[in-house]
Design a protein around this ligand. Sequence first.
Ligand code: HEC
Ligand code: HEC
Length: 442
Amino acid sequence: MRHGQAILKKSSKYTRFAIRDIASLCLAAVVFGIAACSNAGKDDELGNEIVQRSDLADPNVDGLRIEALRQAVLSNGFVAATELAPPADQARSAVGRLIFESKLMSLNGDISCRDCHLDEFGSADGLPNAVGVGGEGAGLDRLRSGGQILPRNVLPLWGRGGPGFNVFFWDGKVESRGEVVISQYGEQAPSQDPFIVAIHLPSVELDEMVADSAEVYETYVQEDVSGASAIQQELAQRFARDEAIGPLLAAAFSTDAANVSFANVADALGSFIRDEFRIRPTSLEQFVLNEGVISRSALNGGILFYGRGRCAICHSGPYFSDFDFHAVAFPQMGFGRNGFGIDEGRFNVTHDPQDRFRFRTPPLYNVSKTAPYSHSGSVQTLEAAIISHFDPLRLIQLDNLDRTARVDLYRRLGHSAGETLPAELTDQEVHDLTEFLRMLDF
Ligand code: HEC
Ligand code: HEC
């Protein structure tokens, strides 16, 4: 990736043959024996189990373990939901919702933020890899519709932009370090707030919201950020002219339609996302702060999460992420950010060989709703996501990998060997961990 290039141009090799990409995605799903091309996004059966009264941990019997878990949750950075959700400006949030759902957001009027961040898939899209411009519908229909396939799994939006949430995207391509926001914008970051900078990117990513046509390429793809600014000025003017959105947008920023800027558009989107996808109270909060109940399975899972399972080494802090980068050898699916089915993750941003195959530790709020999992959406269930951390080969049929994929796998296994990953866990323990993770749903 070249820095300072606001509209990222990928080699045309990876942008032209959407049909083949869909086929290879589904093929990969078959190879890994996973249900990515069937009913993506549906809750797995275990998740629908209703906790019976008899499964509840008994404070008389389990008292010490219950107390130990409460302490562990708190000492690893857990805070009440209200601390992560400061009040939002309602006028900006309301117009932000209209913008989020408006196809005017894309240059060719084809796609909105909502097309990939859907309520029914926990603010993601239920697909392994996102489908950008040219795509239609949701879920499987979208995958089959022939839109441009992006090389990454859609990230959910829960808690994004909340206090302390300062690293964005799977590879952290936008982050703040001290006062400085680091991104493709270089020194011309459009905001001091990394979340607002992150929101600037989708509308200028080729294939995501901009069709990769010759005309777009000639008019907007520049070595500096001016092409991105030109697109965003055009988008801001469209919103200003729109009968429903224009007046609300101008009023929310106490200006008139002629002066509406893309900064206002991004700010409104930010207010909406911060408000709509704010962290809300969970049964874990109830358990930890209000003496709420816990099932025995979740109690066992919680003790593993902070103990032998080592999860909290990385999934810690208020959002259950250290906002650092680690290599976990998840199966790799799709054509990959680096092409040929390969995604070198954080390395694409830093060019530091140590960062090969590292990805931002995913926050875990509402994680049971955001299948499929990992940066390439290669596993369908929470169980498989956990197993990928300590026994990835169990999820991969080696016979079906070609040489490139095998070599890629050896390299990823090498990098993950350097991480403090969970020790071996039994299937019962993995299940208990998923029950604990479900306490983070709201
Ligand atoms: C074509 C599908 C698609 C569309 C349209 C889309 N997104 Fe996304 N979004 C993604 C994918 C894929 C990722 C993860 C990309 C990555 O990390 O490389 C993502 C990531 C994000 C993130 C980062 C979340 C995090 O955890 O760091 C934010 C914020 C976001 N999108 C907001 C938006 C907004 C706002 C819009 C509309 C302007 C939008 N998205 C439109 C697919 C989409
Ligand atoms: C060494 C750091 C580390 C440890 C320890 C760790 N994880 Fe992760 N976890 C990650 C990273 C990094 C990813 C994403 C990797 C990727 O997408 O390639 C991830 C992904 C996940 C996901 C998928 C989330 C999503 O949205 O795709 C779940 C669920 C998860 N971890 C749960 C756990 C549990 C439970 C444990 C303990 C048994 C654990 N993790 C231990 C770093 C870690």
